[in-house]
Design a protein. Structure first.
Length: 718
């Protein structure tokens, strides 16, 4: 990425026992009690080492001398970890080791000044921070960092040491080439972990790739647990994530919301953050409740034969579950439970050693079990021969003689492998075509041909069934019709809402542990800043946490507020704190502790000294574009969904809300309903209506973003 200038040294063999354990780091004694902007520096000084340049070339980005003396735009530190206790972390004679890259990005000199993630999650009014920190764990197996550079003329892949293209003979500049390569690493979608945290402590989790994403040692849970502990240690304030993850081709945020009531990231405290199309947290939770509680009984209300594939699949998992699934949530939990146990079951079962599960019939006494088993065997004898009897048929034939139904279900699971009179054995198999468990009696000499315990579908069959049920019951595009139609429409609407909710936030600053522990020798203050003569559309920045030593005065507080906001936000470089609001009568020598104690919140008024027009571009993370969102769904800000602007008033709205499908092209000219109504009003001769949108501008007047990367590309129609 970037190389901090330092002489090269011979690489030493690292002893993994001296490294921190990735699965437990950091421990409780981390000892970082300040805000993120201070903790990140302490963390890098304590654990990081400046990245050494990969040979060749000697540097990935130009050294300060080659960049006009301004220094590198990005600096990289590396932190190495061992995985596990060491004995389990060795593979092919090498210790299991992963490295965390921490990349400090100098935002004013970056190619992308503004943050797309802040814009769509509701933080677009935050001032632009001077630093961004990228936390990256590379996928060494499939990373673009190993793939070199591409020719700027023809796109041929070249090694890092070759600046002349062998295809078109194009000569590339070293500075520009390696700078482009470094930024390309930040866009690499194969990273096992990539998180960004702004200097003010607000961050974004961009990606997590576990075993399915190419990780050799770490699962997705391992990586996300590490990220969560790291954020807590560094006192990150809030972290957003856009959940667009897939599981076997299914939208996992929909599947996990139905089975668990929250997205997969919710296992680590991520909650509803911002819904597209003006959806709220209340509507999200209501949609989860509605879809997950759809009763399975409605799919069996229609009589007649033959049974549908959906009915057969539901019936299969009813037969496999100890507790009868009643709702859609119960059904998907049952399938996922079977899928979770499939690998372990496949490892421990062998064709010659399958036995009934011990204790499965412990709820009833032997005197109650034996008559029930005799009834099941009697039905199988009546069928005779080599014919298989399905679970449903066998249960139907025996249900009148065995009560309660729970006893019958238990016997059907436990009778497999039982030896009966005349040397016959009850065997069973799973029929993948009919989605049914089938029984028959076999001679003891032939019983190895079938299962001797209740058979289960293989992992491949379970995944197939899971996708089938997902498409039939959850996916809005393929949901099967069923009655009552009102219930299906409610379930369909709920599924659409869950898919429209992608932004989730972890609020670390709401935890009690976020504040530093009580310390009689320090005062912790949340400092809010109010500007004198601020613009009409000014939005105050988030408050900053200051930890002042014992004996600090009001003058010290003002000095620290000035320094903190100048260092954190680019537009505050000329900021000067002047007055402590609510305590105007206090002099500069007044001790801070006498006003606030150990904890508190202070409001400070200040102003910008002088005018620097170049700082205006750093006012907001949304950029400098003067765009307005006013959609019929209620959205008032960019939510990351596809939008188009009215050619008459310049106001943006969702293409979907305007009747344009996501897969359709946007019309060459678009006029919103409000402007169409105004034109009709004018045509009736009632005069020119009053314009109630003075800030609205035509589409052609909306200038491009200052960043070279399309900061607002999601807002424009594809």
């Amino acid at each position: 990425m970037v190389v901090n200038e330092r002489p090269l040294k011979r690489a030493k063999r690292r002893v993994t026992a001296d490294l921190c354990d990735f699965l437990t780091f950091p421990d409780d004694g981390a000892g970082l009690d300040g805000p993120f902007r201070a903790n990140i520096r302490a963390f890098l000084a304590r654990h990081g080492r400046p990245a050494a340049p990969p040979p060749p070339p000697p540097a990935i980005l130009p050294h300060p001398s080659a960049a006009g003396g301004d220094g590198p735009r990005m600096l990289t530190w590396r932190v190495a970890f061992r995985v596990g206790d060491g004995c389990a972390g060795y593979c092919d004679g090498q210790a299991a080791e992963v490295e965390l890259d921490v990349v400090e990005e100098d935002v004013p000199r970056s190619k992308s000044i503004y943050c797309d993630q802040c814009r769509v999650v509701g933080w677009s009014d935050h001032p632009v921070c001077g630093k961004r920190y990228h936390f990256i764990i590379r996928n060494d197996k499939n990373s673009m960092s190993r793939s070199g550079i591409t020719c700027t003329r023809c796109g041929t892949l070249l090694s890092l040491s070759n600046l002349r293209c062998y295809s078109c003979n194009c000569e590339m500049k070293a500075d520009d080439t390696f700078e482009d390569w470094a930024y390309l690493q930040l866009e690499d979608s194969t990273h096992l972990l990539h998180g960004i945290v702004h200097a003010n402590g607000f961050g974004h989790l961009l990606r997590v790739n576990g075993r399915e994403g190419g990780s050799k040692y770490l699962t997705g849970c391992d990586i996300l647990s590490f990220w969560d502990r790291l954020c807590q240690m560094l006192h990150v304030r809030k972290v957003s994530v856009m959940d667009i993850s897939k599981k076997h081709g299914m939208d996992y945020r929909l599947l996990h919301a139905v089975t668990a009531g929250h997205p997969w990231y919710g296992n680590w405290g991520y909650k509803f953050g911002a819904g597209s199309f003006a959806l709220t947290a209340e509507s999200y939770h209501k949609a989860v409740d509605t879809l997950s509680k759809v009763p399975l009984s409605i799919f069996f209300s229609r009589g007649g034969h033959p049974r549908t594939p959906l009915q057969n699949t539901i019936g299969l998992y009813r037969s496999l579950s100890d507790q009868q699934p009643v709702t859609v949530r119960d059904l998907f939990r049952c399938v996922l439970h079977q899928l979770h146990e499939a690998p372990e079951r496949a490892r421990h079962e062998s064709p010659a050693g399958k036995k009934p599960v011990a204790g499965v019939l412990c709820a009833w006494t032997r005197d109650g079990l034996q008559p029930a088993e005799e009834v099941i065997v009697k039905v199988l004898r009546a069928v005779g021969g080599s014919r298989w009897v399905t679970w449903r048929a066998l249960r139907g034939a025996a249900c009148y003689a065995i009560e309660p139904p729970g006893l019958l279900d238990r016997c059907l699971r436990g009778v497999v492998g039982k030896t009966v009179g005349d040397g016959m054995v009850v065997t069973a198999r799973y029929n993948a075509e009919t989605k049914a468990i089938e029984y028959r009696l076999e001679a003891a000499d032939d019983h190895q041909s079938s299962a001797q315990c209740l058979p289960r579908p293989s992992a491949d069959h379970l995944i197939h069934d899971l996708k089938f049920l997902y498409d039939a019951l959850l996916n809005p595009a393929t949901m099967q019709p069923y009655k009552p139609s009102a219930l299906r429409e409610s379930a369909l609407s709920s599924a659409v809402k869950l898919l429209d909710c992608k932004q989730f936030i972890r609020h670390y600053d709401e935890s009690v542990s976020y504040l530093p522990p009580p310390n009689p020798s320090a005062t912790a203050l949340w400092c809010h800043v109010k500007l004198v003569d601020h613009p009409e559309d000014y939005t105050a920045p988030p408050p900053e946490l200051l930890v002042l030593p014992a004996g600090a005065t009001i003058a010290d507080l003002k000095l620290q507020v000035t320094k903190t906001f100048q260092e954190t936000y680019l537009i505050f470089q000329r900021f000067q704190a002047e007055t402590l609001l609510d305590h105007e009568e206090a002099s500069d020598v007044t001790p801070v502790e006498s006003l606030f104690g150990s904890y508190g919140a202070a409001r400070v008024r200040g102003r910008f000294l002088g005018i620097d027009q170049s700082l205006g571009q750093f006012r907001k993370e949304r950029g400098v574009d003067n765009w307005i969102v006013d959609c019929v769904c209620g959205a008032k800000d960019d939510d990351g969904e596809r939008m188009m602007a009215c050619d008459a008033c310049g106001v943006w709205q969702h293409t979907r809300c305007a009747g344009v499908d996501d897969f359709e092209e946007v019309p060459a000219r678009f006029v919103c309903k409000k402007c169409v109504g105004i034109r009709k009003y004018r045509g009736r001769g009632f005069g020119r209506p009053k314009n109630d949108r003075p800030n609205g501008r035509c589409k052609d007047e909306i200038g491009p973003s200052l960043t070279s990367v399309g900061t607002h590309k999601k807002r424009y129609a594809d």
